[in-house]
Write a protein that binds this ligand. Structure first.
Ligand SMILES: Cc1cc2nc3c(=O)[nH]c(=O)nc-3n(C[C@H](O)[C@H](O)[C@H](O)COP(=O)(O)OP(=O)(O)OC[C@H]3O[C@@H](n4cnc5c(N)ncnc54)[C@H](O)[C@@H]3O)c2cc1C
Length: 336
């Protein structure tokens, strides 16, 4: 039986592992079979993770986080969790290879996935002009002409934010009206650097080594045109990876896992969640790492309470066996 199993190997999972391992909890971390390291494995330069003044490549950062977690005794398994049973004092975690692991606590850190357009060149040019995160990458697009795809609040927010760097920002939208709230629309409409391209979808992304434009297709008559660009931001939504816990953990209205206040505590005792899977707003590597810290500390406190309660229970058992009088009103429940 494990003290703690961590699911996910992004900044949230590895940071939770570093803290849990340093607390001598010998965590097991299930990293995923093909996506170990999380979202940052798909990117190049990270310039906003504190401690790396020259920046660091995404995969290198994740390798360092893993090394740090393993140094203190984290065991990493490269497999996917396929099934979870999270109620009760003993949680069971089933892996793709059929192994079943048991633990007193589970930290769920499976992240979230940006929605993709599904275009052939999208992956190829990811990190080379195609981005899903203005906060992360806006800085790289100084004085360039770029485009944001989408019509919701995040698309308006990204477009407005990107005008700090880019010389011009097109917003490409499939319809002739926006889904975004009025205030976000007004802000975007008032910005001189933003121009809207209505009733259009991106049919292709062009560029040999980096984005040099997109092929636009009219959603009204199907005609195609080429728009030269220095970068493309895709802001069509984000899906927290929660399918494994549906029916077991409560979700927030945004689809993320609901946690209590500033903690990582879910609706089930002993089950904690961290990183982008609980975060509809910030979704940064450092916020995910901070969230992983909270989850490890919450798990540690839960285990300490559990141990104390178990100790009290066995002390009461021994007292009964010895025929001694029982303490009044013994408290055997755990606090979460
Ligand atoms: C292209 C790109 C560039 C970015 N650039 C930056 C940047 O410059 N700076 C910045 O701060 N942020 C950046 N971000 C955002 C950052 O990557 C995320 O905020 C951060 O990775 C979230 O960490 P996480 O640990 O919550 O989740 P993730 O990094 O998404 O990790 C989740 C992990 O859980 C695993 N997992 C999921 N399901 C299972 C399962 N069933 N079994 C086992 N494992 C599972 C996944 O495979 C993955 O390893 C970028 C994101 C993208 C997509």
């Amino acid at each position: 039986m494990r003290q703690v199993i961590i699911i996910g190997s992004g900044p949230a999972g590895y940071t939770a592992a570093i803290y849990a391992a340093r607390a001598s909890l010998q965590p097991l971390l299930v990293a995923s079979s093909v996506e170990a390291g999380g979202e940052l494995m798909n990117t190049t330069e990270i310039e906003n993770f504190p401690g790396f003044p020259e920046g660091i490549q995404g995969p290198e950062l994740m390798m360092k986080l893993q090394e740090q977690a393993e140094r203190f005794g984290t065991e990493v398994l490269y497999d996917d969790v396929t099934e979870l049973k999270l109620d009760g004092d003993v949680k069971t975690v089933t892996l793709g290879n059929g192994q079943v692991h048991e633990a007193h606590t589970v930290i769920f850190a499976t992240g979230s996935a940006y929605r993709k357009l599904g275009l052939h060149d999208e992956e190829r040019l990811s990190g080379h002009g195609v981005s899903w995160c203005a906060t992360c990458d806006g800085f790289f697009f100084k004085e360039k002409t770029i485009a944001v795809i989408g019509g919701g609040d995040s698309a308006m927010e990204e477009a407005t934010f990107l005008t700090r760097f880019a010389s011009k920002v097109y917003v490409i939208h499939r319809k002739d009206t926006l889904r975004a709230s009025k205030i976000m629309q007004d802000r975007a409409f008032a910005n001189e650097k933003i121009e809207f391209i209505w009733n259009s979808e991106v049919a292709g992304i062009t560029g040999a080594d980096a984005v040099d434009g997109v092929t636009l297709r009219s959603t009204t008559d199907g005609t195609e045109t080429h728009l030269p660009l220095g970068g493309l931001f895709i802001a069509i939504g984000n899906d927290p990876r929660t399918h494994l816990i549906h029916g077991q953990l409560e979700l927030a209205p945004e689809g993320t896992i609901a946690v209590k206040g500033r903690s990582s505590k879910t609706n089930l005792p002993g089950v904690f969640a961290a990183g982008d899977v609980i975060d509809p707003t910030y979704r940064q590597a450092i916020t995910a790492a901070g969230s992983g810290t909270i989850a490890a500390l919450d798990a540690e406190h839960y285990l300490a309470d559990l141990e104390q309660a178990t100790g009290e229970a066995s002390a009461i058992g021994e007292a009964q066996t010895a025929g001694r009088p029982q303490p009044a009103d013994p408290v055997l429940t755990t606090t979460v």
